[in-house]
Design a protein around this ligand. Structure first.
Ligand code: PRX
Length: 639
């Protein structure tokens, strides 16, 4: 099964799955209520979102639900005062949730920590005080370069509590990628760990930050907080680096929650685009909290007894909305696992499900494909009967993977909720609810209050069954509020197809109005559910001494969905050989980190280019996959 096999299957898939009656009876939102939500959102979308906002706590309510006078710079809930952390922690402390488990964490070696809402609240307050003592305040940027540890969540919440803006950088990124993000954000502080456990090994982390900060690089950073995870030796720079435990030891348990304006940024999340420079997507307190709260509650039907496990790393938007902010606002118990799914053996995830009685398991197709490859014998070693809902995100899920999950993990009872959204959207946009009729491989319909369509390049709707561009036709509360340092790049999302938000995806809608996502329309690869731009990879290759020119394309990969293939023209004095291939792969790992998976490298004498000198990746891809090359007008050398 490759990516294109998947697409073919998607086009043919006709199976439907109905929810079990018991699920419908017990659902927080039953079919009649969902219909009522849709009707209301259809007539009065702002009223719909206002009602959603009323479910949260505010220091001051809004003057208006949406100010669209400066579109596409939409302002949600202007005039309001709030703080998302108040809704994640403070308000639970005043209810029976106070002593409920907020966070369960399991380390790869098998150690585990649990925090009640009160304990998490207390810890966040202490770290908030520590941050303030280091001179961090409202509007300052903090980069969190951490593996999945409780301190990652605590640092995010502490930053937001004091009005600072966090930017979590995935621990798999290289020193160079980290430096680029620190510089763009002009971060004053970095939170990191000495190392973490992955696949039975200790991966050093602090030294990567040291490398990122070397010399005058990233000299915006005044201090670093280091969590002692693996007790490995690290170099601490006097006056700059502080151990987490030393900093909070004497801190008090209360630190005031900063009162934020609706549009004050909550976090930056860097994601890949079509140029070499990652984009700093900005999300702000008010709209993000309303959109994430409503959609997570609806889609995952959160109940007081749930144990919610989203396997995403906090370094991605999924980790923000579905590991930290969404579950905590909902008052549920969120679970986090530090390590590799295959460690010490391939039943690790099922061991965790059984051990903690996980009820909702939300993961990515790349993980499902890996689990499928391990084999079902591992799933049978554990009692998975606590599970009631399954979820998927990040890339199209093939019907085979969907059915495998439904059958082997979900006992033919647990709906698979395939949620379509993006870093930019902040919240789920197109997704079923547990009561929905499901078609494997389809993300079903838009959630109430969201309007999406499939259009051609001019913005005209295309008929049912035909592929086209997936657009959003109306602003939504959790939408990004801007692009850090780059308003023009934000505007581009709304200008490619005037008046609509173009998400970058190709999709189709069937006769029942169900959406089927087919993949990216632009030069962005989706490797194991992680976005990475071909331009970013080409720039990284270009920095290698042997490379004269380079073109990168995505090719199908059985486990990762997609991986990169590079076509390289070497400098005249270089003789390409296997050693060079190894060296180039090593180089890319150093430049970008293990996220950028290179499947193969091919040396060429020249690359197809337009007359203006742009490398035509489309031609390379068509050649590679044996497709029609299409229109070559404009090619520099048509031979
Ligand atoms: O191509 C779509 C794919 O992931 C992209 C967004 O990537 P990112 O911003 O990293 O966020 C990933 C997690 C929210 C989209 O443009 N994508 C996301 N969810 C799905 C998906 N493709 C198919 N089905 C999905 N459920």
């Amino acid at each position: 099964m490759d990516q294109f096999g998947t697409l073919d299957n998607l086009l043919q898939e006709e199976r439907v799955f109905r929810p079990l009656p018991q699920l419908v009876i017990e659902a927080n939102v039953n079919p009649q209520e969902l219909e009522a939500h849709r009707r209301m959102a259809g007539h009065d979308p702002l009223g719909y979102w206002e009602e959603a906002a009323d479910e949260l706590d505010w220091f001051k309510k809004w003057d208006q639900v949406l100010d669209d006078s400066d579109a596409p710079f939409y302002k949600w809930f202007p005039g309001s005062r709030c703080n998302i952390v108040y809704n994640c922690l403070d308000r639970h402390i005043e209810t029976y949730n106070k002593n409920k488990l907020a966070l369960i964490w399991e380390g790869e070696p098998g150690d585990s920590r649990k925090y009640t809402y009160f304990e998490l609240y207390r810890e966040v307050n202490r770290v908030a005080n520590a941050l303030r003592s280091l001179g961090i305040g409202k509007g300052d940027r903090i980069v969190i370069y951490m593996p999945p540890l409780p301190e990652t969540v605590i640092s995010m919440l502490a930053a937001a509590k004091i009005g600072a803006i966090h930017s979590v950088v995935f621990a798999g990124f290289s020193a160079k990628a980290l430096r680029q993000r620190i510089n763009d954000a002009q971060a004053k502080l970095v939170v990191t760990a000495d190392g973490f456990y992955r696949n039975g090994q200790i991966m050093p982390l602090k030294e990567t930050v040291d490398e990122a900060l070397v010399g005058a690089c990233a000299d915006c950073v005044d201090s670093m907080i280091v969590v002692r995870r693996c007790k490995v030796g690290v170099d601490m720079t006097d006056g700059r680096d502080f151990w987490y435990e030393d900093l909070i030891r004497n801190e008090r348990n209360i630190s005031p929650t900063e009162v934020m304006d609706a549009d004050d940024p909550l976090f930056l999340m860097y994601t890949s685009g079509t140029t070499g420079q990652p984009k700093g997507i900005v999300h702000s307190h008010a709209g993000y909290m309303v959109g994430v709260h409503r959609t997570l509650n609806h889609v995952f039907d959160i109940k007081p007894t749930d144990i919610f496990w989203c396997t995403a790393d906090p370094g991605w938007v999924t980790g923000h909305s579905a590991v930290v902010y969404g579950p905590l606002m909902a008052g549920t118990t969120t679970l986090m696992y530090e390590g590799h799914p295959n460690y010490p053996q391939a039943d690790r995830l099922w061991n965790i499900v059984a051990k903690y009685g996980v009820t909702i398991f939300y993961t990515a197709p790349t993980m499902i494909r890996m689990l499928m490859r391990f084999g079902i014998q591992y799933t049978r070693q554990h009692d998975l009967s606590s599970l009631r809902l399954l979820g998927s995100v990040g890339e199209p899920i093939s019907p085979e993977a969907w059915i495998w999950l439904y059958k082997n993990i979900g006992r033919n009872e647990c709906p698979v909720l395939d949620t379509w959204w993006q870093t930019e959207t902040g919240m789920f946009m197109i997704s079923p609810l547990p009561i929905s009729l499901l078609k494997p491989g389809s993300v079903t319909k838009t959630l109430p209050g969201v309007e999406a369509d499939i259009v051609d390049r001019d913005g005209n709707p295309v008929p049912a069954g035909k592929g086209g561009l997936l657009v959003l036709k109306r602003p939504w509360p959790a939408m990004m509020t801007g692009m850090w340092n780059d308003p023009d790049r934000y505007r581009e999302y709304w200008e490619k197809i005037p008046g609509m938000y173009f998400a970058g995806d190709v999709a189709r809608k069937d006769e029942d109005g169900y959406f089927w996502i087919q993949g990216r329309a632009d030069d962005v690869l989706n490797i194991a559910g992680h976005r990475i731009g071909t331009a970013e990879m080409e720039a990284a290759f270009g920095a290698h001494r042997a490379v004269h020119e380079c073109g990168v394309i995505g090719v199908p990969d059985t486990i990762k969905g997609e991986a990169a293939k590079a076509f390289i023209v070497v400098r005249p004095e270089v003789e390409p050989d296997d050693e060079l291939i190894k060296d180039l792969k090593r180089h890319i790992r150093n430049e970008l980190g293990p996220v950028a998976v290179i499947k193969s490298i091919e040396f060429r004498d020249n690359l197809p280019k337009t007359r203006s000198g742009k490398i035509m990746r489309r031609v390379l891809k068509a050649e590679e996959l044996g497709h029609e090359i299409g229109d070559l007008t404009g090619l520099e050398d048509e031979d």
